[in-house]
Every structure is written in structure tokens, then in C-alpha cells.
Design a binder for this molecule. Sequence first.
Ligand SMILES: [Zn+2]
Ligand SMILES: [Zn+2]
Length: 164
Amino acid sequence: MTNCYVHKEALSVGTCVSCGKFICENCNTELKGKNTCKKCVDELFVENLRKMDKLEDTSKAQQPMVFMNAGGGGGAASSSSSGSGDLARDPVYTKSKVVAGLLAILLGTFGVHKFYFGKWIQGILYLIFFWTYIPALLGIIEGIRYLVLSDDDFAQKYDKGYRA
Ligand SMILES: [Zn+2]
Ligand SMILES: [Zn+2]
């Protein structure tokens, strides 16, 4: 019997369907009934995240607005109440940079900041993979990225209800 490619001292229980290497009980993750090693699961996660990001960006236009309604209400109300003051309109923010940053850093493992932005597909992906270290790590990186951006840069990138 061959040993695990990560743990040289542990006997392998099978091979990873993705990379074909021998993996022990510890490294084995059953993904849809197939053995996959942790490294490949992590890679799969990052790859999926990239796909989902593209998917959400391209489908944003024709997506039903059910998920955005909760956060978008404030924007509509304030623009109708401002009346005829048309030249110097205050920018409308519907998402807080600080809230998003803290959510990402503290609860990023569970994708809470993605749900906050209305990116629920990504959020669910974080939830599914929360037991790997990747979502927690990404959350901290993203949280810091939100916090170092200026309010306007942040709003332009992440706030769907933002009006400059
Ligand atoms: Zn593998
Ligand atoms: Zn192992």
C-alpha cells in the first residue's frame, strides 16, 4: 500500500480523482461521492468563485430584483424627497464600507459580507467551503481591501445602489 502524499507516515485510503495522488483519511474529502484531496478542493473553490463572479456580473442586468429590494429602498426614497435641488446632489450610499469590512474580517468564513452585497451565489459558495481555510483568508483580505478604499471607490465597486 502506498502512503499519503501529504502525510508520508499515513497509509492512503485512495487516490484523489482530480490530481491522482494517494491521500490518507485526513486529506480525503468526499465531493459528490468521489475522493478528492484538500488541496484540490481548495483549488476548486477558488476556481468556482471566479466563475461565479463572472456569472453574477453578466447576469446582473436580467436578474430579477428580488434580492436587491431589501437594501435598495433607501436610495429611491431619498432621491424623490430631494425635489428640485438638481445641481449639487449628495451621493447616495446604500452600503457601508466599515460594516462590509468588519463583516468580511469577522464573519468572512461564512460569506456574510457577500450576502451583504447581494452576491448571494458567492455567499453560498463561502458557506459550502467554510471548513477550508480559504474563505476565512479571503474574507480578511477582502475586508482590508474594503477598508483601505476611499468611500467613493468602495461604493463604485461594491454598492449597487450607489449614485454619485
Ligand atoms: Zn488532489
Ligand atoms: Zn494525508
